[in-house]
Design a protein around this ligand. Sequence first.
Ligand code: AMP
Ligand code: ZN
Ligand code: FE
Ligand code: FE
Length: 284
Amino acid sequence: MKYADLHIHTYYSDSTFSPEEVVAYADKTGLSAIAICDHDSFDGIEPCQKLAAPLGIEVIPGIELTVEKEDAEIHILGYCINWKDDPLNRKIKALRDARINRMHKIISKLKEEGIEISADDVFKFSGRGTVGRLHIAQAMLKTGKVRSFKEVFEKYIGFMKPCYVSSAKFTPEEAMEAILGVGGVPVLAHPKTMGKDDYISDLIKCGLRGIEVYHTDHRAADEKHYKKIAEDHGLLITGGSDCHGMGKGRVLIGTVRVPYEIVERLKEESAKIQDDPSTRPTIQ
Ligand code: AMP
Ligand code: ZN
Ligand code: FE
Ligand code: FE
């Protein structure tokens, strides 16, 4: 049986893992396919593809975009995406740049709360990658003033917490259009984190094609719940570990996996999206 882990980050966003490490772990855990889904970046895709090909491991090009809707932060994955598209690359470069501003704003808010970190402290963790809250969290832990990621997000930088600053520059409609416009298949990431099941039908109206039913943060009851929602709406059922290397303290690659057949479904859906004129982008 062939398996795929469809949610993996590299050090081009907020994982500590290089493409070499990602592919070595994928090989070690016996995966046939992995999807690279960095936040606002495609930089990890090609290096992973080059390293994985000789090992017979397939790399599905993906992305993870953040959007907000009223009182929820929503992560949208885009699979089988044409990651070489120039207009899309310009858009996500703008998202990455905006994240630097956002980091400075978060740093100021943290200072008001008595936690002093500098931009350089954060850049030490982000390296070449898209700057994100996981890097800020790592810099905060280093001060010794906070003890865990849980505390960092629940007390300071989690959604709507005192030091939270939005990174969402796309509305759900725009994110979906950006993904569909380049043949990508939009899938709702870790729906439990969003926590607003009633938003799913609106997301479907914007073009959502799947739900990440299997995820590290989902227990068996969550899997059952989201599988039913996916089935009721005729959505694809995907899954992945959301591995951030050692970024979350534990290597997760391969701990959540789905049958390879899901990859085939995603490819079929991508082909349909590319054939459908209504999914072509209207804004460049
Ligand atoms: P960003 O893209 O900068 O908004 O950061 C998003 C990343 O922060 C996610 O991919 C997670 O890795 C991490 N994150 C967000 N919320 C939490 C949380 N409550 N607990 C742990 N990590 C979180
Ligand atoms: Zn992340
Ligand atoms: Fe996410
Ligand atoms: Fe992720």
